[in-house]
Write a protein that binds this ligand. Structure first.
Ligand SMILES: *Cc1c(COP(=O)(O)O)cnc(C)c1O
Length: 469
């Protein structure tokens, strides 16, 4: 690294693989070598001061004792604007003083992942799929990391024994048909270790799909080598979700990496996090989504920022996300539109949020509005023989194998399998009310309150409880 780059608003335009001006002393082979990139990551005030004009705010963030790990590949650092502290690349990777300020709603483990871990590193929240954390390490570290409680700490690593227990759990639970490898970043572990994991997972007969969640194609596109892709493609159906937040992240290098993955038949999705000052703009998000689909990446989720320490200054109101969704639907290809979700605090899982398109309804009409504000009535059919689950082979087969209680959710209310979903603590309260009602009956004074309490208590006692996620 030599002198600081001259002022420019755009990241330097250069041919793929060529060495940026700042690293002119470095051989092109080194720059293109992912191992070189990993072993030359930037992490100190001095490192960053050589390539950007650091602000006092950033120097304070970088110097704070005990801050969340900083490490950035030279490649990704080279995309930063040297003179603009609001650069969306810079904001994602250089800490600021704001990161140190706690906010009132923050939680250590906002998604209650630890509480849903039957074995270390495995999160089993949904009936049919699991999240498998295979490493705590990443190619570079995002300031708003949702797993900063474990990620980045090189002393906390998953062992061979942890992997064995994770795989054993999946093998023993036949309802698991989908496993999602995450971390940390699964593409940072040694290739032979990843290959071994994938091979052992593929050997489990009931496992239908394997997914990898990664930011390596963004932080370290050099790692997506033909050899890595050849290894991955042995384990189809294999899907991959990549984490992009801003159109500036899609460079010539990244396009090559994505094309390699897509050419290997790996369906690509994108998970973005809505971040104040980075992508909380409908036009920035639209440009990102367009660039993604041009690279054969389907926008999958847009996440509301989690209630995680260090991320307070990145949070936006939910209204911002709804406004972005309003600006996308109808205005661009459906393929370019992600689902906006809040990952519900307390372990509720992902909840989709969007503008309202159903304006009103009666027995025979549904009134809908489109993106332009055009309002029309859809006439519902007069004759419709409702699908009968009791006559339907698919529903009957499903009912037999549906051993997990409490996760049928609202769909069970619509299917008539349940009359109510009961919140935590409900049963105890209403059993007490039912007892009061019994006393009232004995006294020959039936009261309305008593009857209502009895109804609630009866439905609670019928095993409709779904209090705990
Ligand atoms: C996000 C997530 C999944 C996968 O959810 P999809 O909606 O199927 O992508 C699975 N398990 C956990 C714990 C998750 O957080």
């Amino acid at each position: 690294m030599k002198t600081r780059q001259s002022k420019s608003a755009e990241p330097p335009q250069r041919a793929r693989g060529s060495v940026p001006e700042l690293w002119q002393g470095i051989a092109p082979e080194s720059w293109q070598d992912w191992r070189w990139q990993l072993s030359h990551r930037l992490n100190t005030v001095d490192d960053f001061a050589q390539i950007v004009r650091l602000t006092p705010n950033e120097i304070e963030g970088l110097s704070a004792p005990g801050h969340f790990r900083v490490d950035v590949t030279p490649y990704f650092a080279s995309l930063m604007d040297a003179d603009d502290p609001n650069c969306p690349i810079r904001r994602q990777i250089i800490p600021t003083a704001q990161e140190l300020v706690p906010f009132s709603a923050e939680m250590v483990d906002s998604l209650s992942e630890d509480a849903h871990s039957p074995v270390p590193g495995l999160v089993h929240r949904y009936p049919d799929r699991v999240l498998m954390l295979v490493t705590t390490q990443c190619a570079s570290y995002c300031r708003y990391c949702t797993r900063s409680r474990i990620v980045g700490d090189s002393s906390v690593q998953f062992s061979r024994r942890d992997y064995d227990r994770q795989i054993e759990y999946i093998a023993q639970n036949s309802q698991i048909r989908d496993v999602l490898l995450s971390g940390g970043d699964p593409l940072t572990i040694p290739q032979r270790v990843l290959e071994d994991l994938l091979r052992r997972l593929r050997a489990i007969p009931h496992l239908e799909i394997i997914r990898i969640g990664s930011r390596v194609p963004v932080f370290l596109p050099q790692r997506i080598t033909p050899e890595l892709v050849e290894m991955l493609r042995q384990f189809h159906p294999l899907w991959m979700n990549v984490h992009f937040n801003h159109p500036k992240e899609i460079t010539a290098e990244v396009s090559v990496a994505l094309a390699r993955l897509a050419d290997a038949g790996i369906p690509l999705g994108c998970q973005s996090v809505l971040l104040a000052g980075v992508n909380d703009c409908p036009n920035v998000m639209k440009e990102l989504c367009h660039k993604l689909v041009m690279n054969r990446v389907r926008p999958y989720y847009l996440y509301q920022c989690d209630l995680v320490h260090g991320a307070g200054h990145f949070r936006t109101p939910v209204a911002t996300g709804i406004e972005i969704m309003e600006a996308l639907r109808g205005h661009t290809s459906g393929y370019a539109i992600p689902t906006y979700v809040i990952d519900a605090p307390g372990g509720g899982g992902k909840v989709p949020v969007m503008p309202n398109y159903v304006i009103s309804q009666s027995a025979d009409k549904v009134v809908v509005r489109n993106y332009e504000g055009y309002i029309s009535a859809y006439t519902q059919p007069e004759q419709y023989t409702r699908h009968d689950p009791k006559q339907c082979p698919a529903c009957q087969a499903r009912a037999l194998e549906n051993k997990e209680t409490g996760q049928q959710g609202v769909s069970a209310l619509l299917a008539g399998e349940k009359l109510s979903l009961v919140p935590e603590g409900f049963t105890q309260t209403h059993e007490r009310l039912a007892q009061m009602k019994t006393v009232a009956l004995e006294g020959d004074a039936v009261q309305l309150n008593g009857r209502v309490a009895a109804t609630f208590a009866a439905s609670a006692a019928n095993g409709n409880g779904n209090g705990d996620f």
